[in-house]
Design a binder for this molecule. Structure first.
Ligand code: C5P
Length: 316
């Protein structure tokens, strides 16, 4: 039993649970590296039903524990993005309190699906509620962007166009739902290294064409999964394949299994295959398992909402 506070609530009752989604980039277009080291992006994110669950409990310190898929690969020291998110919110709002964060991972670690960013987004929402800071959604989004280019999107979820470093978001019009199969690898890829390899492969960089994803946006508006499959695009795929040539195998197996489109997710190494249906996603995942081209497989549906508080008693 926890200590009873003045309001009569127990400490355990005051825990806050937040669920935040992973993402796949339906399109990822990368411009030339800028003097600050970052690349301008034109991307379309879709939030998918692989989730990070974060529980925030009152504490005198800032501490973190992790469970779930590949949990042993997640740092629990102050470099963890979720702890950095909690500290940033405390400093920004002048809150003196600590927090204990527990992360339960459902998104592949260092997989190009922004699992760490989802943790940070969930930690911001959870600590905001726990500390009752009263910051606006806009302020939370600004803090998210300070933490990393991919952190604002899991706050928002659904499907969104990202510009700037990928952090400036505009909601996209989408009809229907899309079914995905993912090939997951045990060994992650460093985002910074993938961008550096992209620079080597494309010396001088590419010019971002604002109309490049017209067919993709139209497919989303129409709910046309085959057209979306044809329009999937990732400028970083070549660099990811250069660093991890064996990624060609899950790409080929998913294609052979009739995927509507296949691509490396974000900076990789997760491979995402768009399926015709939930059943077809399971078939593709089974084909990737049978061929031995993934350390793990997962299926998911998108779009799904962004980071949300889970009412007590409903969390899995
Ligand atoms: O913003 P974040 O910390 O997630 O980015 C990790 C690394 O990826 C950066 O340090 C940078 O090298 C690279 N990156 C980039 N251009 C972007 C986003 C990330 O070069 N738009």
């Amino acid at each position: 039993m926890g200590a009873v506070s003045l309001s009569g609530q127990t400490r355990t009752e005051r825990e806050v649970r937040v669920r935040a989604p992973g993402k796949v980039n339906l399109s990822l277009r990368v411009g030339a590296r800028e003097p600050d080291g970052y690349h301008p992006l034109a991307t379309v994110f879709q939030a998918v039903s692989l989730y990070e669950d974060v529980v925030a409990r009152p504490s005198d310190e800032m501490t973190l524990t992790v469970s779930g898929q590949q949990a042993e690969r997640v740092p629990t020291d102050e470099t963890n993005l979720a702890l950095r998110a909690a500290r940033l919110l405390a400093v920004h709002t002048g809150v003196q309190a600590g927090v204990h964060l527990h992360l339960h991972k459902g998104v592949p670690v260092a997989g190009g699906m922004a699992g760490g960013s989802a943790d940070a987004a969930a930690a911001l929402v959870a600590c905001d509620a726990l500390w009752r800071t009263g910051v606006s959604r806009e302020e939370l989004t600004d803090l998210a962007a300070e933490l990393g280019s991919d952190v604002p999107f899991p706050l928002t979820g659904h499907t969104a166009v990202g510009t700037g470093r990928g952090h400036l978001l505009t909601a996209a019009m989408v009809r229907g739902e899309y079914h995905w199969a993912f090939a997951v690898r045990d060994e992650g890829l460093s985002t910074a290294l993938v961008f550096a390899t992209f620079d080597e492969l494309i010396s001088g960089g590419t010019r971002l064409d604002p109309d490049a994803d017209r067919a993709l946006m139209q497919a989303l508006r129409a709910g046309d999964a085959p057209a979306l499959g044809r329009a999937l695009h990732n400028d970083l795929q070549h660099a990811a394949l250069e660093l991890a040539p064996s990624l060609a195998e899950p790409l080929a197996v998913a294609e052979d299994a009739g995927a509507l489109g296949v691509l490396v997710s974000g900076s990789g190494p997760t491979v995402a295959a768009l399926a015709r249906s939930r059943q077809h996603a399971l078939v593709i995942a089974a084909a990737m398992t049978a061929a031995g081209v993934a350390d793990d497989v997962a299926t998911a549906v998108g779009p799904v909402p962004g980071a949300r508080i889970v009412p007590a008693g409903t969390a899995g």
